[in-house]
Design a binder for this molecule. Structure first.
Ligand SMILES: *Cc1c(COP(=O)(O)O)cnc(C)c1O
Length: 380
């Protein structure tokens, strides 16, 4: 494939270096140091502090939701969201096999089982059609929710993931799930700043989870957030993630099995400084996406772009190669030439702990699994 060398040169030009170009590195260009030093001076480096509160406020504003809860990482945010919506041991959760392992793990932490359904080719996220087909065949709608005819288990949530920041078809998905009494939770770990029909991802689900891990568009070292428009669920989330302690002047009273999933104030300080720059990051990444788009268009490689009615954050940008052979060639040449590229994840049912999970035919997921490659996407 002749465009590979051109691609390597183009990426080196974009980042203006001959050195190794990673897939995604953090960009600290704002108040990071100032806020971090403030936490140290204040001694509030741990589980409570002004930056934790400020971070939660900022997340509410950015996502347009009523309540945000700062937590220790994105995986914990998904796990607690599942518990809050009522996913119990022995239940099933509909999700996609084309995702990062944390999505499936969070379901398993609740002692529930993932059911893997196909993604759409355009969004690379959970397909409303696949969900509808599955429920037509296996759904059993009862007074207290939807059950799976094959397993007899309750399907207590649907967990779509906005792959690389490209929003799934939310309206269609939510409509189908509503008609089957299945609450939708968004794994928005990758889509901070992305919009669907003008509204932020994360504001559509009953609850949504974000991640602030080192490789995400905004990082605080490690961290996560739950957001929701249901204030009561939000309060419950804060309570559960802070050891389920009943407020008392001096006594320790805990009336549920809670978690220590708090985000330290130290990390929250970093998060606040980073969130202040989110709009700049988005502009910067969208500009790079435009450059990539026109470059790849004239070089015969398919660059993945946002779908109609959505605005992607272009967290990790990607190309879709012709087939697995072309993909492997692309991966090899770029990585050998200091340009980091990575294939999309292995589908979840290939992993030993999830091989036995129920799934549909996965036509689109397997197509994408063989072809999608992430390319350097850092803020420049
Ligand atoms: C990063 C990520 C998570 C988990 O976030 P952590 O903060 O690393 O725990 C969950 N789901 C998806 C899709 C992710 O990309």
């Amino acid at each position: 494939m002749k465009a590979i060398n051109e691609t390597i040169s183009f990426i080196k030009e974009q980042y203006n270096t001959e050195n190794f170009i990673p897939l995604h590195v953090p960009h600290f260009g704002g108040n990071e140091k100032k806020y971090l030093l403030e936490t140290i001076d204040s001694t509030f480096v741990s589980s409570v502090g002004a930056y934790v509160d400020q971070f939660e406020m900022m997340m509410q504003n950015i996502t347009g939701t009523k309540k945000a809860v700062a937590v220790v990482n994105g995986t914990a945010a998904i796990q607690v969201s599942l518990r809050l919506i009522g996913v119990k041991a022995g239940d099933e959760v509909l999700t996609q096999a084309l995702t990062f392992v944390a999505t499936a793990n969070a379901i398993a932490y609740q002692n529930a089982t993932p059911v893997f359904l196909d993604v759409d080719l355009d969004t690379m996220g959970l397909s409303p059609d696949a969900v509808a087909l599955f429920l037509q065949e296996f759904g059993d709608l009862r007074e207290d929710g939807c059950y799976n005819k094959k397993t007899g288990k309750r399907i207590s949530a649907c967990l779509p993931m906005h792959t690389f920041g490209f929003p799934v078809h939310l309206d269609e998905l939510i409509e189908i799930c509503n008609s089957w009494k299945i609450p939708v939770l968004e794994d928005a770990a990758e889509s901070l700043g992305s919009k669907y029909k003008g509204k932020p991802t994360g504001s559509f689900g009953k609850l949504s989870a974000f991640s602030f891990n080192g490789n995400k568009i905004v990082t605080c070292g490690g961290g996560g957030a739950i957001v929701t428009n249901d204030s009561e669920l939000g309060e419950k989330g804060k309570y559960l993630t802070t050891t389920a302690k009943i407020p008392h002047l001096y006594e320790y009273v805990h009336d549920e099995m809670g978690y220590n999933f708090r985000m330290p104030n130290l990390n929250a300080a970093l998060a606040c400084a980073q969130l202040e720059q989110l709009d700049d990051f988005l502009t910067n990444k969208r500009r790079l996406a435009t450059e990539y788009k026109s470059f790849f268009a004239s070089n015969g490689i398919k660059f993945r772009t946002e779908t109609p009615n959505t605005e992607a954050n272009y967290w990790l940008m990607c190309v879709e190669l012709e087939n697995k052979i072309e993909r492997d060639l692309f991966l090899k040449s770029t990585n050998e030439n200091s340009v980091m590229t990575r294939p999309i994840w292995q589908l979840m049912y290939r992993l030993p702990m999830y091989v036995d999970c129920q799934r549909d035919r996965q036509i689109n997921a397997e197509f994408l699994e063989e072809r999608i490659v992430n390319i350097p996407s850092s803020v420049r």
